[in-house]
Design a protein around this ligand. Structure first.
Ligand code: MG
Length: 331
């Protein structure tokens, strides 16, 4: 197996969450994995150090020494899925039915949709709001979303506390409460507090996933698991969903367009396989960054990401002209 990489930088157009300041560029690398005999696949590697991932340099240097970070393991898994499709000349979008995505409001100062009614007309049914930067303004938006008859997913990125979360939920009108599909990571994971939080709203587990002692718990601490194929063992997360009767949302990792189409592919495949267990996904994230040659290949129609031309996850032409650096060769 030979592994190559190609570094890139994504330029955010806005704040991506409440964790840090707007950055000039978010560094990542595309990976090209060649298993020989024409089996070649691609994937993304896009670390979020703010969320606890090892840095890109660290993960690449580990990879040179044969150490695979959880993220690199997932990239290789995704690259292999891609390679098999490319070898069969199949495009992942043609294998499955399309699945809806939520509309993402990452920075409410910038991404103000014209109106929520307009989004509804475009076919969106769910809005995701990154909470915690301006609670008053966010609550005003929640009322508008509820008035438009849309569902909402709130994401606190574990920035709150059990007390502030309870206070927040109790401050909401019934109409807003009913519009909430779930609340993601309301505060840092603590089993008993999360079990309590489920009495106030449906709770989704995302960036606190690693903290859950799955083999020791007696009841599920959440209603939904956010599956990020870019960094989570997808089959293991699905096994937890089945064991505890949870739903799952597949999302991209606010990463490169290659990561976006990989996540979309996993979402479509899982929905076909597991039906209602798989909720609308969250893969429409490329508009958070300045357009580049890869994102120019992506287009959406309302909540749907359209097929990307090529085999596997697409982008054949661009990946073919990308400059690659060899990182590792194993027998
Ligand atoms: Mg989240």
């Amino acid at each position: 197996m030979e592994i190559f990489y190609s570094p890139y930088s994504l330029k955010p157009l806005q704040f991506l969450n409440a964790l840090g300041p707007k950055q000039n560029g978010r560094e990542g690398a595309l990976l090209k994995v060649d298993w020989g005999e024409g089996l070649v696949g691609y994937a993304d590697l896009h670390p979020w150090s703010e969320l606890g991932d090892a840095s890109l340099e660290e993960q690449l240097s580990d990879l040179r020494q044969g150490l695979y970070s959880p993220q690199v393991k997932q990239s290789l898994w995704l690259a292999q899925r891609d390679a098999e499709l490319r070898q069969q000349k199949k495009n992942i979008f043609e294998l499955h039915n399309p699945i809806k995505n939520n509309f993402l409001l990452a920075d409410i100062q910038i991404t103000q949709p014209t109106t929520f009614d307009e989004l509804k007309k475009q076919g969106f049914t769910t809005i995701k709001v990154k909470m915690g930067r301006n609670l008053k303004e966010e609550c005003r938006l929640l009322s508008q979303i509820a008035d438009a008859g849309l569902k909402v997913r709130l994401d606190f990125n574990a920035m709150g506390s059990p007390g502030s979360f309870e206070e927040f939920i109790k401050s909401l009108s019934n109409k807003v409460l009913h519009s909430i599909e779930y609340v993601e990571d309301p505060f840092p994971f603590e089993f008993s507090f999360w079990v309590e939080a489920r009495k106030l709203a449906k709770i989704a587990l995302d960036n606190q996933y690693e903290k859950v002692p799955w083999d020791e718990i007696s009841t599920a601490p959440c209603d939904v698991i956010i599956i990020k194929p870019a960094k989570m063992d997808v089959n293991l997360a699905l096994a937890y969903c089945q064991k505890w009767n949870l739903k799952a949302t597949v999302t991209s990792y606010m990463d490169h367009p290659v990561g976006v189409t990989h996540a979309m592919g996993v979402a479509m495949e899982l929905q076909q396989k597991y039906g209602e267990m798989i909720l609308e996904s969250g893969c429409l994230t490329h508009h958070l960054y300045q357009a580049d040659s890869f994102s120019a290949e992506l287009s959406s129609e309302g909540p749907y990401l359209k097929k990307v031309t090529g085999t596997g996850v697409g982008f054949d032409q661009l990946l073919g002209t990308t400059i690659w650096f060899q990182i590792k060769k194993t027998q």
